[in-house]
Design a protein around this ligand. Structure first.
Ligand SMILES: [Zn+2]
Ligand SMILES: [Zn+2]
Length: 114
């Protein structure tokens, strides 16, 4: 099983901005990528916050708000900044998503604690 990171794949979701192209920035004007676009990294659908959370190529956390009708508000996609009420929560989620990504990348490298 060969794995190609999301940022090296080409958009396959008929987005008017990205279709057929790589996508490494997310707050692009006019982007209509689906949350299951092949360019979308491992994503946590956080219905509690009505958004989706994911890590970029550098391991930084982004959020994108859900719009009615299965659309996503890429134009306002952003990091969770320090003054945000959810900032402390976002630190924990970032750490856990990085850990999950590492486990998924190397599932046979795990050692159980004695
Ligand atoms: Zn797009
Ligand atoms: Zn796309």
């Amino acid at each position: 099983m060969t794995y190609t990171p999301a940022w090296l794949r080409r958009c396959d979701c008929r987005c008017p901005v990205h279709h057929g192209y790589e996508r490494t920035t997310y707050a692009d004007d006019g982007c209509a990528c689906t949350i299951t676009c092949t360019t979308q990294p491992m994503t946590l659908l956080a219905e509690q916050w009505n958004c989706a959370l994911f890590l970029d190529i550098g391991g930084d956390l982004w959020f994108v708000n859900r719009l009615p009708g299965g659309q996503w508000d890429w134009a306002t996609c952003d990091h969770i900044h320090e003054h945000h009420d959810f900032y402390d929560a976002s630190i924990i989620i970032t750490r856990q998503l990085r850990q999950t990504a590492a486990v998924l990348a190397n599932p046979t490298q795990l050692r159980r604690e004695p």
